[in-house]
Write a protein that binds this ligand. Structure first.
Ligand code: NAX
Length: 327
């Protein structure tokens, strides 16, 4: 079987460094799938990415059939089956939101065009670089020939963080927790929802039975975990972000376990009152390489207000990139 072409942007960055070795070891697509890596960087960082490629060679991974490093998006995405868009323009001091969106438009518009021009027909895109949901929307809007549903953004780190926080609150192992959901934007407004979560056959919300803890401790801890990591580590989350990116693609391609679901930011089909087209996080199941939104969940007042607030932020971001002519 031909190797799967996996393109990683921002390959010389800290997430890239934590991600590439795991992709090459088989963690992304399983122990039977050969991968060929394409690393996209800006010209100043190509040399550093080449250094990482040398280290990848030195691991002699049996599943790694080749590595190419380039600063040309057309080459990087040519024939790509999986694209992990990690490189983005971070917010720097004094930067307004419009400047940030514009700078990222300058990255995700040409990358969307390059995906449109040359990616394989089964291309699956995960945007990690922030603002991830809106960057995914920008890339998607410049790839009109690719099915819109193939553009997704990462809320799996938030999902994993929420499972971890809940497991320590309840004194259970992470494997005992099923069906947690992240709704909305990958930002401080995201909503980690435990009202449908199952812990060893019981409802997590019933066991917790404390809306004050949810509102004042759990939700802000999950939403602000990125800032807490920066405070402690002196650098933003890297290995945990890479791990979440692996989980996202792994489950999309190979499926979610029976009886469980995961969280992915995907183009809304209007489910749960989320306006069609915006890239918002939902609980999803995956099977046969396709995801579907978990339907029929009852949304209580506590959840509704929070989902609506996060979705309103996404609508604002979409309107802002529209006003800037980026989509
Ligand atoms: P780094 O600054 O370490 O690396 C970013 C890399 O991207 C750099 O090597 C840079 O040269 C490269 N780059 C910039 N523009 C590029 C372009 N046009 N084409 C190709 N490469 C380009 O950042 P890192 O810590 O790796 O984080 C990467 C992104 O992930 C950031 O936007 C960050 O905010 C975002 N995150 C998203 C998370 C999520 O859950 N969705 C969590 C972790 C992380 O904060």
């Amino acid at each position: 079987m031909a190797p799967v072409n996996v393109t990683v942007t921002g390959a010389a960055g800290q997430i890239g460094y934590a991600l590439l070795f795991r992709i090459a070891s088989g963690a992304l697509l399983g122990p039977d799938t050969q991968v060929s890596l394409r690393l996209l960087e800006i010209p100043q960082a190509v040399k550093a990415a080449e250094g990482t490629a040398m280290e990848l060679d030195d691991c002699a991974f049996p599943l790694l059939s080749g590595i190419e490093v380039t600063d040309d998006a057309k080459k990087a995405f040519d024939g790509a089956n999986v694209a992990l868009l990690v490189g983005a323009r971070p917010r720097t001091k004094g930067m307004e939101r419009g400047d940030l969106l514009e700078a990222n438009g300058g990255i995700f518009k040409p990358q969307g065009e390059a995906i449109n021009a040359g990616a394989a027909s089964d291309i699956r895109v995960l945007v990690v670089g922030n603002p991830a949901n809106t960057n995914a929307l920008i890339a998607q809007q410049h790839a009109p020939d690719v099915p819109a549903a193939r553009f997704t953004a990462m809320t799996r780190l938030d999902h994993n963080r929420a499972i971890s926080q809940l497991s320590s609150k309840l004194g259970v192992s992470v494997g005992d927790i099923k069906r947690l959901a992240i709704w909305g934007n990958h930002s401080a407004t995201q909503y980690p929802d435990v009202f449908h979560t199952d812990v060893n056959g019981k409802s997590a919300a019933d066991i917790v039975n404390d809306e004050t803890w949810l509102a004042e401790s759990f939700i802000p801890t999950v939403a602000k975990r990125g800032a807490a990591i920066i405070e402690a580590r002196g650098a933003s989350s890297a290995a945990s972000a890479a791990n979440a990116a692996i989980d996202h693609i792994h489950d999309w391609v190979l499926g979610t376990p029976a009886g469980d679901w995961t969280s992915m930011a995907i183009p809304s089909d209007g489910s749960y009152g989320v306006p069609e087209g915006i890239i918002s996080s939902f609980p999803v199941t995956c099977q046969g390489g396709e995801y579907s939104i978990v339907q029929g969940l009852e949304i209580n007042e506590f959840s509704r207000t929070r989902i609506d607030a996060s979705v309103a932020e996404l609508v604002e971001e979409r309107d802002a990139v529209r006003a800037l002519g980026l989509i």
